[in-house]
Design a binder for this molecule. Structure first.
Ligand code: PFF
Length: 464
């Protein structure tokens, strides 16, 4: 049976917690490198369009599902689908979300663990020493990810911190951490951006990001933009349904949804400005773009004055961003156990946190430490190892399929009268633009997501 549910203290609490979920490695690690690979400009514009036309409508939909049902995803679908086409079959979307949360957290926290090690190394001076030696950062990184003990330590520390936050519940755990960390994160990022503006590469970074050249945009880039919109906004797996279920009736869905998407986008773009200013200042040839964060950037930090401090603030920033995201991933799995299995919050967070950590060992050891795990090949040669296979599964399948089903459910299965009523709760003036949202959630979002899924199945494309 459901126990009394936690609730955010108000609109700001919800916005900061959900923005905390959205802002993470997706913004600071993945977005800059896929923007680099897709030549900036036009890709950035398409990405912003994907956020506005696909991400935002689904964000509203997830909040509606959560707040209307006051339940985590499995229960939310069961309750809202009762008596409607598909009935309790829709619960499968909730289960899919819980599975996605479990899987994503199991590898996401491995990368999050790296930020702890790099923060420590920046502070201790070790990173500075490595940066002074050509090639040493690459060698270090390769050795570090292949060191099973170090990976388990980083992952374990990060999971323990995540469990500690979720353990204390919605208001005293999740919201408190987010309200503390998100402003600090903004301050660090803004300071780094101000710093970036003084570097000679700033102008080149701005024109790279904001001068579109549509000739450079590929269909692959288009899909990548839509796929990343899901990941970065934490959509398609019920994280926002879960957070929406703790939202008070007085809180406006469109205002908070817009604020979350805007914060997420601004932070992703600021991160690009910081990184590209530095990259262009030093005219770096970025060969392995996925390694920008852990191999390219540290080399450069130490060529700038105050490099140690710069590097430390940067990795603390990434660690904070990752933590508020891992918290939301664990909350999806925990709230499922609380609502559906009747567990106490303490039991749910400890048991699920431990289970995810244990499962995550497979990821932690699949970056070189264990041969069999490192060479696992389910999805083809470009995704070797358990870690990459699971990321591929989650980003290319679980989130887009989950998002598509959420859009179809909210747009076509729920009655517009109900969704309008929920939208108007906390935002009385919603009637005027409601038809616009309905058109997006019924047609534009499913078609865009359907196009992704179609292209993966029939054209063999990927967008991670
Ligand atoms: N939005 C997070 C990021 O951009 O790093 C990742 C994420 C968190 C995805 C929570 C899904 C989720 F439920």
């Amino acid at each position: 049976m459901a126990q009394p549910r936690g609730q955010w203290s108000g609109r700001l609490g919800f916005i900061l917690a959900a923005a905390g979920s959205a802002v993470g490695l997706g913004n600071l690690w993945k977005f800059p490198y896929i923007t680099y690979e897709n030549q900036g400009g036009a890709f950035v514009l398409v990405y912003i369009a994907a956020i506005a036309l696909v991400g935002l409508p689904i964000m509203f939909a997830e909040i509606i599902l959560g707040r209307r049902s006051q339940l985590s995803p499995v229960g939310a679908f069961r309750k809202l689908a009762a008596g409607r086409p598909g009935g309790s079959g829709w619960c499968a979307v909730g289960y899919l979300g819980v599975a996605a949360g479990f899987i994503i957290l199991s590898y996401y926290s491995v990368v999050a663990g790296w930020t702890l090690r790099y923060t420590w190394m920046a502070l201790s001076g070790e990173l500075g020493r490595l940066a002074a030696e050509p090639g040493a950062l690459d060698t270090f990184f390769g050795g570090y990810v292949a060191d099973g003990g170090a990976q388990l330590l980083g992952n374990g520390l990060f999971m323990a911190t995540t469990v500690a936050a979720v353990f204390f519940g919605v208001k005293s755990g999740i919201e408190r951490v987010a309200t503390f960390l998100m402003p600090i994160l903004m301050v660090i990022l803004l300071s780094l951006a101000v710093y970036a503006a003084t570097t000679p590469g700033f102008g080149a970074a701005i024109s790279f990001l904001f001068r579109p050249n549509f000739g450079e945009l590929t269909s692959h880039g288009l899909l990548e933009a839509v796929g990343h919109a899901f990941f970065t906004l934490s959509l398609g797996m019920g994280a926002i349904v879960t957070y929406g279920s703790y939202m008070g009736k007085e809180t406006s869905i469109p205002v908070s949804g817009l604020a979350i998407a805007a914060l997420d986008t601004i932070i992703a773009i600021l991160a690009c400005i910081v990184m590209f200013s530095i990259i262009f200042t030093f005219d770096l040839d970025v060969t392995k773009s996925a390694g920008i964060l852990f191999t390219t950037l540290p080399a450069v930090f130490f060529q700038l004055s105050g490099g140690g401090l710069l590097a430390a603030s940067f990795y603390i920033l990434v660690a904070f961003a990752a933590l508020t995201s891992t918290i939301s991933l664990l909350e999806v799995v925990s709230s499922f156990s609380i609502d559906e299995l009747g567990w106490s919050r303490h039991r749910a967070t400890l048991t699920m946190g431990a289970a995810i950590f244990l499962f995550g060992i497979l990821n932690a050891l699949s970056l070189g430490a264990n041969d069999a795990l490192t060479s696992l090949n389910v999805f083809g040669d470009t995704h070797l190892g358990v870690f990459n296979n699971l990321d591929y599964l989650a980003s290319n399948w679980l989130l887009p399929v989950g998002g598509l089903l959420i859009a179809i459910f909210t747009g076509w299965i729920l009655s517009p009268r109900d969704t309008l009523a929920e939208m108007e709760t906390g935002h009385p003036g919603s009637r005027s633009w409601f038809p616009g949202w309905l058109a997006l959630i019924r047609f534009v979002s499913p078609l865009a997501v359907g196009a992704i899924i179609f292209s993966i199945i029939f054209l063999g494309m990927e967008y991670q």
